[in-house]
Design a protein around this ligand. Structure first.
Ligand SMILES: Cc1ncc(COP(=O)(O)O)c(C=O)c1O
Length: 469
């Protein structure tokens, strides 16, 4: 079994194989757990993104910027819950608020009094008229799509090729299509991401490239009056990080207005990423609906769908009987544990000053990476958005997902194994993922990260030679 774990890595050259070997040697307890539980839990994980070869690490404790695996290895964590934990792990203010709340109950399924404060805070902070809480980004996305359909009386959702919006069936399309399946640029094919999606999914979800207005205009000219919603991450953050070109978001706003389509900004990742607010506010483009999750809750399971009053009030139409509005419900929605977390995170922890400090630290990581890439002749650059950053494995600036597919994504593996063996989790799991700094990261944490970049880059460069052989 042990040797079998190494096979996948032979094409990367002997030093990467050595790093994987080291990984196996340092993490026997994780391997044991993986081997025993994957018989019962598919892939040994409960979210597909958590799996990677040879096996994922299993963790037992986290505090501040640190996390410990079950073998007692300590890591400085730059994954931070796939970008959720800008608070860092177990922030003392959250812990104290949790302790107070836990003894008073964490699930009432009756409305909780803190809603009064949050009903003032959230609309003002995120520039929305009305909102509802639920528990995951995927749910918020599902509600946004349902509201768009209810409001327009139409069925089709347009999404961006290469964007991931969670696990709701009618957005699980072309999140990562292969080149062979993706079809022509001007008319991308809707590629189903999962088995088990309803047959009508490919008809009800259309796909357009990011930063490319022409294909959207053509689609709208043909089918504009059948489109309910256009959903977009204002900054793409699931294929590395890709910024909107100047005027792109504005153009989306104008076109969706022209065709009476609900514009949805998926701010699950972009919200609270660069300052205390949304990307919509930063770019000065107001969508009809936004979804928020991840960073707003400091680690608690919580999400928001919110926006325009006329659309949101379809959840409770004034004249209709109770169940004629849009259904939005959930046992765990707005539970006291999550609401306390949101309140403390937004009012006490994620301050403007912290974003300023972290944005500066983030620049140091970019510089460190780019110097090492230069030194070893690696064609890659770093894109930052607020407290997060991603390596784009390309010399030229990437504008959309198809260009990401042409990059050397496999270079993430040597980077990952070299860093993790030296106590650094460099980013969230996967080459398309970002790193995130938290308010509990220190200058020393960044220095430790920087110290390891040179070796990681040398391994990436060596891998390139072997992979090209
Ligand atoms: C942009 C975006 N939207 C939606 C989701 C789904 O959120 P969740 O995993 O909380 O369901 C994610 C998850 O990573 C995401 O990155």
């Amino acid at each position: 079994m042990y040797e079998a774990y190494l096979v996948d890595w032979e094409d990367f050259g002997p030093n990467v194989v050595n790093e994987v070997r080291k990984y196996l040697e340092r993490t026997p307890r994780s391997r044991e757990i993986y081997e025993s539980i994957s018989e019962y839990i598919p892939l040994g994980v409960n979210s597909n993104q958590r799996y990677y070869s040879p096996y994922p690490l299993y963790f037992s404790e986290a505090r501040g910027s640190r996390i410990w695996d079950v073998d007692g290895n300590q890591y400085i964590d730059f994954n931070m819950g796939f970008g959720t934990l800008i608070t860092g792990h177990a922030h003392p203010r959250l812990v104290s608020a949790w302790e107070k709340q836990i003894s008073k109950g964490i699930l009432y399924t009756y409305p909780f009094e803190l809603l009064e404060e949050l009903a003032e805070l959230i609309p003002e902070m995120f520039d929305i008229d009305m909102f509802r809480f639920s528990t995951s980004g995927s749910e918020a996305i599902m509600y946004a799509c349902r509201l768009a359909r209810a409001y327009t009386g139409r069925d089709i959702i347009i999404k961006i090729e290469g964007s991931y919006h969670g696990t709701y069936d009618y957005v699980l399309v072309s999140s990562w299509p292969t080149r062979g399946l993706a079809g022509p640029r001007r008319m991308p094919v809707s590629v189903l991401d999962s088995l088990g999606l309803p047959e009508d999914t490919e008809d009800l979800v259309r796909v357009v490239p990011y930063n490319d207005i022409e294909p959207l205009v053509e689609l709208l000219e043909e089918e504009g009056d059948e489109i309910a919603g256009l959903i977009v991450e204002p900054v793409m953050m699931n294929a590395g990080i890709i910024y909107p070109e100047p005027g792109y978001l504005r153009k989306l706003r104008d076109l969706t207005r022209e065709y009476d389509i609900v514009l949805i900004f998926d701010e699950v990742k972009t919200g609270m990423r660069a300052y205390p607010g949304t990307a919509a506010q930063m770019f000065g483009v107001t969508p009809d609906l936004i979804t928020l999750a991840k960073a707003i809750g400091g680690g608690a399971p919580v999400s928001i769908v919110g926006g325009d009053e006329e659309i949101m009030s379809l959840i409770a139409p004034s004249e209709a009987p109770r169940y004629q509005g849009v259904i939005h419900a959930g046992t765990y929605n707005a539970n006291p544990f999550s609401l306390v977390s949101v309140y403390v995170t937004l009012t006490e922890i994620l301050t403007k000053d912290e974003y300023n400090r972290l944005t500066k630290l983030n620049e140091e990581l970019k510089k460190g990476y780019e110097e090492a890439f230069d030194k070893y002749g690696i064609e890659a650059y770093v894109e930052l958005f607020g407290v997060s950053g991603a390596i784009m494995y390309s010399k030229e600036k990437v504008r959309n997902f198809r260009e990401v597919l042409n990059t050397r994504l496999e270079l993430w593996y040597p980077l990952f194994f070299s860093m993790i063996n030296r106590g650094i989790i460099p980013n969230a799991t996967g080459p398309e993922e970002m790193w995130t700094l938290s308010v509990q990261h220190t200058e020393e944490d960044i220095e430790k990260y920087l110290e390891n970049i040179d070796y990681a880059a040398s391994l990436m460069s060596e891998s390139l030679e072997y992979l090209e052989e």
